[in-house]
Design a protein around this ligand. Structure first.
Ligand code: DAU
Length: 352
């Protein structure tokens, strides 16, 4: 028996970047919910992110991969799970280019396992909600104008985005076919604390601090739409609680930047905070990412108009706060970039 919790939510991938930020945001706010963090702790999972909540009465951790259907079933039964917020995924585009297999099994087959368990519980009469965390990358690449909405056609270009598109389609199908209560969120690029430094923002901060080359793929004119992680967590909270079943919500703060401009900005921030520099001279243009999407931009009108969410963080302050966080958490960065990751990074970087 698991106690008298109002909701019993499986957070898959809760030790990763967005998942751990969501747990840090939600666990103290919802003391009547039980949060069960299901994570298999790949290179990108880090339980130390969750130190401040690890002893909270409404938090549990279960080390488990979403590929292990039988153990997942036991876990769902043990905690009488009645909601899923599904983050667990391989997320890095470059890794998906070097080795797509894990993306297919975790992102597609793993999502299928969770949907099957949700469907069984729903069929047994449990009032179940399934919130699937997707990405704007499923919509492909934009030209100079326009922005993706929830109605944009799917045109994934990388093995990563194709695997996320596949999982989105399964979620949609489970709603249409079995009437499972699902919601999907498509977020743009995030930045903030606890992001693994293979992603652009923490990678640039780390290399700027270490005096290492800062690789820019291609000509640096690719555009991404950037959202501070805390705004994303607020959006997820709103979608999970108030999103309409079967509906998708696209999330962004309309912050588009060219990679080169963002990278220069981060270099200047590190110069200001740490002194020295200019660290811009560490920038090196390297060969492009195969199939590199030119531009992402999200029109968040639906979540703004229908659910009343709006980003509250201003980009310049949020970026500064992020740079300060990594600078004052060098040991966190060092732990990430040691060992296996370093080998991977050197291999990728040398191949460019
Ligand atoms: O848009 C949401 C997506 O954002 C998420 O679904 C993905 O999981 C997440 O990885 C991210 O994908 P991106 O490929 O946009 O993020 P990344 O940080 O890898 O790269 C951002 C941009 O910077 C992209 O245009 C590639 C470029 N880049 C990246 C790295 C790591 C560089 O120029 N140099 C680099 O070293």
């Amino acid at each position: 028996m698991v106690g008298n919790w109002e909701k019993r939510i499986a957070i898959t991938g809760g030790a990763g970047f967005v998942g751990s930020n969501l747990l840090l945001y939600m666990v103290p706010r919802y003391s009547r919910y039980l949060f069960v963090n299901i994570d298999c702790l790949t290179y990108a999972g880090n339980l130390s992110n969750l130190a401040s909540i690890e002893h909270a009465p409404n938090y549990r951790f279960v080390k488990l991969t979403v590929n292990d259907y039988k153990s997942l079933a036991r876990c769902f039964a043990e905690f009488d799970i009645n909601a899923v917020i599904h983050f667990a995924a391989e997320t890095h585009v470059d890794r998906s280019i070097f080795g797509p297999a894990d993306f297919i099994s975790t992102n597609i087959a793993g999502t299928f396992n969770l949907l099957e368990l949700a469907r069984q519980r729903f069929d047994d009469g449990v009032d179940f909600r399934f919130h699937h965390i997707s990405t704007d990358e499923v919509f492909g690449s934009l030209g100079e104008d326009g922005a993706f909405t929830e109605e944009s056609p799917y045109r994934p270009n990388s093995p990563y985005s194709a695997s996320k598109a596949g999982s989105d389609h399964l979620v949609r199908a489970y709603h249409r076919t079995y009437r499972l209560d699902t919601v999907i969120s498509h977020c743009c690029n995030n930045f903030g604390p606890y992001q693994f430094p293979e992603k652009l923002v923490p990678l640039v901060i780390n290399n700027a601090l270490e005096g290492k080359p800062i690789p820019i793929y291609g000509n640096g004119r690719n555009i991404r739409d950037w959202l501070y992680i805390e705004d994303h967590c607020r959006a997820l909270d709103v979608i999970f609680h108030r999103g309409v079943a079967g509906r998708a919500y696209a999330v962004s703060a309309r912050n588009e930047y060219r990679n080169i401009d963002l990278v220069r900005r981060i270099c200047r921030l590190v110069d200001e905070i740490k002194g020295g520099g200019p660290r811009e001279r560490l920038i090196e243009f390297v060969s492009d990412r195969p199939g590199h999407d030119q531009r992402y931009a999200i029109d968040p009108s639906r979540i703004e108009n229908e659910l009343g969410w709006k980003a509250v963080h201003q980009f310049p302050e949020a970026l500064r706060k992020t740079a300060e966080w990594y600078i004052s958490h060098r040991e966190w960065l060092d732990r990430c970039v040691s060992g296996e990751y370093l080998k991977y990074y050197e291999q990728v970087y040398t191949n460019r």
